[in-house]
Design a protein around this ligand. Structure first.
Ligand code: LLP
Length: 473
């Protein structure tokens, strides 16, 4: 699991998990992000605090885009890289992505509004969702959104009607399920996806025919997203091959080569040092995908389509860090007998519960998915003996866990600042107000300066949502 072995350096800041700018300062070994001590950030902006390293996010966005485009060019085609906004979107981040040459994938009218407010060229926006409302569709069409991804047969009719009402020809993709399950290693087993997104691949020809029947729609290709936080690349390769396998038939229907293929996102990242060696490298993913697309196109006798990708987590995940303040600690004895002991607890006889001032409201991922995270003492370093810890939140739920299992210096105490790594994706975007806890702000750090890019909430704002009904006589 995620636990550092006893004796390993508990003060180490692993650049494979934390943003590259994260390092210990010389004063008391405090953690600095983009040159700013963590405690200075919490003193200025409050705790808990989401911190995003702007340079790290920009560099990573460029790295991912360049790798995918370079490999596409190698096999004679092009690639568009959409940033999947669901991972974390605000106007500032949309602007960073745009400036780094990425297009933006949105999955709701709200995300669309953010991308447009950031000045993203509408033709560089892809619009997703399995139940887009007619209003959302109309807004997207009227805004001139580059592609709308059709998720169901019903939607074909709705998008066609909206486009024809707006006097536009709307570019669309069809989302299909390739039958590849990212959650298992059984990639080769053909299976019928029992889930809400997309259409079975076998139905693609019929659904494309239905699209072609509408003058107001321009079919540009298939879309498939096999899942998220994927480490093995075989699934992507198998999925790409299956999709290209239906391109000859689609070509016959369209009477021309199918111009594009969107392979979605889902590239996994390391949340802990233990995962760091296994996480796929983007250069490898890009190379393998370009190769399989080129090989499959040859095998099936079709032109190599332009490629599109939609990574979210792999772009923004590791540029985010959440800072918390410790409120209480509590030591709990672990089962004494060998038989009952969990090997993941590395032989520790007790666990220190470290309660922080946030929790499942700012990071739902451990509770939702059993996700692992890595924690470091951030206001100081310490040579104290290691303690097995579980970092927990302040919510009324025993599953309110921020870090399931890690090791911290045993003198961790109330008032200490903790830094949890790799919280840039699906933390703020999945945040809630459970227990009326206001959402923390998001602060961008860069070259020694910090600025708020998403305001935090106050209790007054939450209270103001309560409506006191006055009954009319
Ligand atoms: N494209 C489509 C169509 C998607 O559904 C998703 C993610 C992405 C791209 C981006 O995937 P990424 O590169 O970020 O893995 N809340 C979960 C993840 C849900 C992913 C939903 N779709 C989590 O926190 O792990």
């Amino acid at each position: 699991m995620t636990t550092a072995a006893p004796g390993s350096d508990l003060n180490a800041v692993d650049a494979r998990v934390f943003p590259p700018s994260a390092r210990r300062g010389s004063r008391c070994g405090e953690l600095k992000l983009a040159g700013i001590p963590a405690t200075e950030l919490t003193a200025k902006h409050g705790s808990p605090l989401y911190v995003v390293d702007e340079q790290a996010a920009r560099d990573r966005a460029r790295e991912v885009r360049e790798a995918l485009q370079r490999e596409a060019a190698r096999v004679g085609t092009e690639a568009t890289v959409y940033y999947a906004g669901k991972a974390f979107l605000c106007v500032e981040v949309a602007r960073w992505m745009d400036e780094e040459g990425l297009a933006v994938d949105v999955a709701s009218g709200g995300e669309l509004a953010v991308a447009l407010a950031a000045g993203v060229d509408p033709s560089r926006i892809g619009f997703h969702g399995n139940n887009k409302s007619e209003r959302e569709i109309a807004r997207a069409v009227e805004a001139g959104v580059g592609t709308i991804i059709i998720d169901s047969e019903i939607e074909t009719e709705r998008i066609a009607a909206a486009a024809s009402a707006a006097g536009r020809r709307q570019r669309v993709r069809l989302r299909v399920n390739s039958g590849v399950h990212a959650s298992t290693h059984d990639f080769l087993a053909t299976s019928h996806e029992d889930q809400k997104f997309g259409q079975p691949l076998g139905e693609a020809p019929r659904l494309v025919e239905a699209i072609l029947a509408h003058e107001s729609l321009e079919f540009v290709g298939l879309h498939c997203h096999i899942g998220s936080q994927i480490f093995a690349t075989d699934g992507f390769r198998e999925s790409a091959r299956r999709l290209l396998g239906v391109y000859p038939e689609l070509e016959r229907l369209v009477g021309a080569p199918i111009p594009e293929l969107n392979l979605g996102g889902g590239f996994g990242i390391a949340y802990t040092s233990e995962q760091a060696d296994e996480a796929p490298r983007i250069a490898d993913i890009a190379r393998e995908l370009a190769d399989i697309v080129a090989e499959s196109a040859r095998e099936f006798g079709v032109a190599v389509p332009k490629l599109a990708f939609e990574p979210g987590r792999s772009i923004i995940g590791q540029s985010g860090v959440t800072l918390y303040t410790v409120g209480t600690t509590k030591e709990v004895a672990l089962a004494g007998s060998d038989a009952a002991a969990d090997p993941a607890d590395l032989g520790y006889s007790s666990r220190l519960y470290v309660s922080v001032d946030g929790g499942m409201s700012d990071n739902a991922r451990p509770a939702l998915y059993g996700a692992d995270y890595q924690v470091r003492l951030a206001n100081r370093s310490s040579d104290a003996e290691p303690a097995l810890v579980r970092v927990v939140g302040k919510h009324c739920e025993s599953g309110d866990i921020v870090v399931q299992r890690d090791v911290l210096p045993g003198d961790v105490r109330p008032g200490d600042t903790l830094a949890v790594a790799a919280t840039g994706a699906y933390c703020w975007s999945l945040a809630s107000n459970y227990n009326y806890v206001p959402r923390p702000p998001v602060v961008a750090v860069r070259e020694g300066a910090s600025r708020i890019i998403v305001r935090g909430e106050t209790e007054d704002e939450l209270l103001a949502k309560s409506v006191v009904a006055t009954l009319s006589p």
